[in-house]
Design a protein around this ligand. Structure first.
Ligand code: SF4
Length: 385
């Protein structure tokens, strides 16, 4: 089967495309270059065109001296089979939550002080992880208050992930709305109960439905993540999951293609799982069928990226109802604005004038993060000012 992205190795197909646009080529000419240089398929060129029509105007009108903020909360109720994110299960290291919150509050205060002093503005704020709502509601409230108190304002966008439905209590919802959070994410990954159990998520799809109902009308946008190609799932299961989610009408749906990561439990037990994964052909059918379904339901693709071992050489795509695209996602993938990462395992990216970047990563292990928070802050400040 022909590789959908041809010879392209990079995980950000938009980067070379936008460089050609920067050099003055029209979008059609730049897409032609993508085809000639990498042999990208016509289906993926059409996808890229739609994404570029949304992203490029945004990226060429960024406010000067602005940064976006990412906050990593490295705790989850349990660890998913495929997870390689910096996150600890509450059972394993939940007792570190208090000390983590204190370290993070310190990091927010110092970095916020430098941003104020050197007159940076903050474009978007994104609290992810992990699962931010795995913290006690009172701790989450402290963090959100600190962000509002210490960072320059106003912001263009404020997002908090609430990926696991069982963590989004009425108390958490009240904290989020009081703090002015505009966007949240509740992530089913699949509608199939058997798969949820297989991948180590201790919730049902009805829990997802209930969490969506609880949060309905309280935020400007809701995102829901799904993964195509999870072990044991075929085309019918994947289509059923996508149709179920699109009928809930979240403003955003992010379709990930399964991608085995080095640090995940999946990779450690690969021999047991490998034969439960779809072939490259089936992965392509899954993408085609679900993309068509989303288009029919009124969603448009607005950002995309690939991963190293992604099934069938496909991609992850963020879909949106008109007017609801998440700004942070485009900024984070495009690497054209500084991103300051605070908290466990958070990555900061500083963009040089020539477009190259320097990154700094906070420790992934929460115990090391707590111990080294001063060092993390100092490295960030050195790169920023
Ligand atoms: S919810 Fe996300 S961060 Fe948490 S364990 Fe699962 S994949 Fe990892």
């Amino acid at each position: 089967m022909r590789a959908p992205w041809g010879r392209m190795q990079g995980i950000r197909p938009n980067k070379p495309l936008y460089r050609w646009l920067d050099a003055g080529l029209s979008l059609t000419e730049a897409l032609g270059k993508m085809q000639d240089t990498y042999g990208v398929s016509t289906t993926k060129l059409a996808l890229l065109r739609q994404v570029a029509e949304h992203e490029y105007p945004l990226l060429t009108s960024l406010p000067p001296r602005a940064v976006s903020i990412y906050v990593g909360i490295p705790f989850c109720p349990s660890r998913c089979l495929y997870c390689s994110f910096p996150s600890h299960s509450l059972r394993e290291l939940g007792q570190e939550r208090q000390r983590f919150v204190s370290a993070l509050l310190h990091e927010i205060a110092v970095v916020g002080g430098y941003l104020q002093q050197y007159e940076f503005s903050v474009d978007t704020v994104y609290v992810g992880g992990g699962t931010p709502t795995a913290l006690a509601a009172s701790d989450l409230a402290c963090i959100l208050r600190a962000l509002q108190r210490e960072l320059p304002r106003p912001w263009r966008e404020f997002t908090v992930e609430a990926g696991r439905p069982e963590t989004l209590t009425e108390e958490h919802l009240a904290v989020l709305t009081k703090a002015g959070v505009e966007r949240i994410s509740i992530n089913p990954q699949t509608r199939q109960q058997k798969t949820l159990e297989l991948i180590g998520r201790h919730h049902s799809y009805q829990d997802i439905k209930a969490a969506v109902a609880r949060s309905r009308g309280q935020f400007r946008a809701l995102n829901m993540d799904l993964i195509l190609g999870l072990p044991g799932e075929g085309l019918a299961e994947v289509q059923a999951s996508v149709e179920w989610v699109q009928n809930l009408r979240p403003e955003n749906i992010t379709l990930h293609m399964f991608s085995p990561k080095r640090a995940s439990r999946f990779t450690g037990e690969q021999d047991d799982w490998q034969e439960m994964l779809p072939s490259a052909e089936l992965a392509a059918h899954m993408v085609d069928a679900t993309s068509e379904s989303l288009r029919q339901a009124g969603y448009n693709p607005y950002y995309l990226y690939r991963q190293r071992n992604i099934l069938g050489g496909q991609e992850n795509v963020g879909w949106t109802l008109p007017g609801h695209a998440c700004r942070y996602n485009t900024l984070m993938i495009s690497e054209r604005q500084h991103i300051l990462g605070l908290g466990g395992g958070a990555v900061s990216k500083f963009i040089n004038n020539d477009g190259t970047l320097v990154s700094q990563t906070n420790a992934r292990d929460v115990r090391v993060y707590i111990k080294r928070v001063e060092q993390h802050v100092a490295s960030k400040v050195r790169l920023l000012v």
